[in-house]
Design a protein around this ligand. Structure first.
Ligand SMILES: [Zn+2]
Length: 189
């Protein structure tokens, strides 16, 4: 056992700038522990959001750290996230356009269409659900479409607005209902 193992584990966290620490290798994240000089700070991620955490510790001496430049550390990933979100939004919008073009002459609402199925699959992924809902709401705000019935399949029963009987078959009323719901829940402004 190494003599310095966990010796600093109970000490108060030290605030450091991640950008000032020495990296262990060509990694953007792993740094040499500025206290014991032998251990490594790996950079931790939040298990739910997968975001980089401001707190970290040395895997050898146990010293805890707080990164004061956490916003800077997260920036490259934030840019990447925004880019991915834009692409996903465009994909969902193209699928809606495809669905509208393909089903415009049908007398019933086509929910077995591949575009409909794909959007449902995208929304089934926890990471994409919110983005999918927002994209659909923003789309129907500009262009009301029966595609909005997909929201019934995406959003849990408990969360959905109750459809008044007199709204049945009325796209204008249903669109308005969903937009009000979306604003209330914070999906759209
Ligand atoms: Zn250390």
């Amino acid at each position: 056992m190494n003599k310095i193992e966990a010796i600093n584990i109970d000490k108060e966290p030290i605030t450091v700038k991640h950008s000032r620490l020495e990296r262990t290798d060509d990694s953007d994240f792993r740094s040499v522990c500025p206290i014991c000089k032998e251990g490594t700070l790996l950079v931790q991620r939040d298990l739910d959001s997968f975001k980089i955490r401001a707190d970290d510790f040395c895997i050898l001496c146990g010293q805890r750290f707080i990164y004061s430049d956490i916003d800077e550390m997260r920036k490259p990933e934030r840019i990447e996230d925004e880019k991915n979100a834009k692409e996903m939004e465009q994909l969902i919008n193209s699928l809606i356009t495809y669905w509208i073009a393909d089903t415009i002459n049908l007398s019933s609402i086509e929910t077995k269409h591949p575009a409909f199925t794909i959007v449902k699959k995208i929304a089934a992924n926890d990471w994409e659900k919110e983005l999918t809902i927002t994209t659909i709401l923003e789309r129907i705000e500009k262009e009301p479409t029966w595609f909005c019935v997909i929201l019934r399949d995406i959003i849990s029963k408990e969360e959905q607005p109750v459809l008044p009987d007199e709204y049945r078959g009325r796209m204008d009323k249903i669109t308005e209902m969903w937009l009000n719901w979306g604003k209330e829940k914070g999906y759209i402004k």
